[in-house]
Ligand binder design. Structure first.
Ligand SMILES: [Fe+2]
Length: 167
């Protein structure tokens, strides 16, 4: 089960859990009401997983690629991670499947409060179009974090759609 909670106000080091005190956990049902969907899959068979195929077919995810979030594999690593953690939104769903490693998606609830969603190997998550969000690796960085990305239409549709929030 995916773990999610409200963030504390300080959040000095984004790679720490930064749970609000007292703890305010967020359940799957609350995430679903925000339009966030979640599946637990077997990442070791992602190349031939009928469950993944079924989701892709039902939700019309026509393409998929894999990005490895490491200094060695990702050009402009620091800049990219900074970009991922800058609050933004997209005109289409954001679809991510953690093939290895772990990290956090932060999303704003209806009252603009941050909810942190911890994702790890095997977690597949979709954020709806128009939800403000950001992503960071967690303190386990360096274990070989690999993210599957998917989408509808041409892959290029996902790039260049960052829209930093100004308020
Ligand atoms: Fe995004």
């Amino acid at each position: 089960m995916v773990q999610a909670w409200y963030l504390d106000a300080s959040s000095a080091d984004p790679r720490r859990p930064n749970r609000a005190e007292p703890a305010r956990p967020v359940g799957l049902e609350q995430l679903r009401r925000l339009g966030i969907l979640y599946w637990k899959l077997d990442p070791d068979r992602h190349e031939s997983d009928p469950e993944l195929e079924k989701i892709r077919k039902e939700r019309h995810y026509s393409w998929m690629d894999i990005v490895t979030l490491s200094r060695e594999k990702l050009p402009d690593y620091e800049e990219k991670l900074e970009m991922f953690y800058t609050e933004h939104l997209h005109g289409d769903e954001e679809i991510r499947y953690v093939l290895d490693g772990s990290g956090y998606f932060d999303v704003r609830d209806a009252e603009d409060r941050w909810i942190r969603i911890a994702v790890a190997k095997g977690d597949m998550i979709t954020l709806p179009a128009g939800i403000y969000h950001r992503f960071t690796l967690d303190e386990q960085v360096g274990r070989g974090d690999r993210l599957g990305r998917a989408g509808r239409g041409p892959a290029a549709a996902l790039t260049g759609c960052a829209s930093p929030r100004t308020t």
